[in-house]
Design a protein around this ligand. Sequence first.
Ligand code: PEP
Ligand code: MG
Length: 580
Amino acid sequence: MGLVINGISVSRGIAIGKAHLLRHDELEVSRHTVPRPLIDEEITRFKVALGKARRQLRAIRDRIPHHAPADIVGFIDTHLLMLEDAVLTEAPIEIIREQQCNAEWAVKTQCETLVNVFEEMNDPYLRTRKDDINHVVDRVLRNLMGPGSGEAGQQSRGAKDRIVIAEDVSPAEVLIMHHEGVAGIVTRYGGPNSHTAILARSLGIPTVVGAPHVQEYIRKHEALVLDGRQGAVLALPMPVELGYYRGRQREEKRRLQELKGIRDLPARTLDGVDVQLLANVEIPEDIPSIKKVCADGIGLYRTEMLFINRDRPPDEEEQFQVYRKIVRAMKGAPVTIRTLDLGADKTLQEVQRDHVVMTNPAMGLRAIRCCLKEPEIFVTQIRAILRASAYGNVRMMIPMLSTLQELRQVENLVEEEKKRLRGQRKAFDESIRIGGMIEVPAAAMAANAFARRLDFLSIGTNDLIQYALAVDRLDEEVNYLYDPLHPAVLKLIRMTIMAGKKAGIPVSMCGEMAGDPRYTRLLLGMGLREFSAYPATLLEIKAIINSSRVGMLEKYIRRILRAERQEDILTLVETLNSLH
Ligand code: PEP
Ligand code: MG
């Protein structure tokens, strides 16, 4: 048997192909002047990057197997010590202050000074320490420069039918890799609910994240098997193993073929409860796959994919054309266009430049917060959505609402734009529905108030879980705590569904939980009647719905909602899933 590396499963499916390693190229660092009042912010940014580098190295050290040579631990410890040394922690701060420059430039300048000192030494051992400095500085620089600084997307050129092995990839890079036609992706870092993971799942790219040391163990062009379901990578497979995985690929194809048999059936339980099955869309090219599974509409169109991988945001006309194309293609079926959810792991240079300090991006200027801070970009999008609404059944959805005040601001902006469009005699749907995503626990707890003011709610479990449990969805270190079955999460979901019922408005779920067949019966029993998920999973969800009886599920739900321990909940959910 070849070498097996286990990571976290992101999207199932088997990929067989050669390894395409993404190198760590030298970073391009440029200098720019930081205005005096922003110097402290720049220093904070540097300190955050330094702290992150320390955490990354500690995590690596903790994962070194006990039997590994002591040198390896020593090597990491040396780098950690360097990150504590004033030459790397204090000197760059002085440079930022004195030269009024950006943190990247200060770090690079200090690195050059140190490397020169080492190069002048006669001792050959000490001379090699300059490599250590370069490694440590490289890590700090990458943290400063954020995702994409390794240009993984660019490097994936020529990776058709190959399995990309990388430290980490951003959602933008996944898009580039998809266009290149990569067979699979394996990363050392990342969690299964990051946007990178969601995108890979939606695009059907078998992917494993959080695979430790994958770059060290796998060599260029090595034959690999990626088992998406198990979250494992197998290097240099034996012929018998290859045969086994090819068999599984055929089996998966057969299973998908069988599911096509229920494509045209409505999603309806055995006791006659109708359910809407909607699709999550990342890019307009997803539309044919929605048609293939006969989804009832689009429950989430993540518009931010239109904004990344480019220097300037798309203007009103460009957005309008894209939205209209999707709306027309859906021929009167609902199309839920989510307004921009930038921030955290999806960044737009234009917006980020002015707000450089993000000590905790997931809780910072993200989604609607970012839009209300950048009304110009937001209003342009509102106008494009309104104009597209003249061509079909459009719903506008606001992400990450946490206060009613935000909602009022959105309503005012929409009303102003409607007025302006009327004045310009541009058509739009006067009664366009506006809904909100419930993904902040506070919003779930105040769901009654939101439900009274909105036309629909959609539960964003990816964020709701991360915020409720204080688990960064991007961080593989705490991924073990990320649990949709935590009693607190179930209560928040239930509250939201009940608030919608009380107000008489539809509630859907568009987080990854809605597309996971393990939770279909649970959610159905809890009262969810609209599921929005990536197209490839919808038929499987339908098969489960069509074999369930809501009446029977509800009895278990009461017990599930009363249970305190996650393991008891899991057992009850498994029982639900095995009911005939
Ligand atoms: C969610 O948070 O569940 C969601 C659907 O939004 P995103 O994954 O884009 O943050
Ligand atoms: Mg979200």
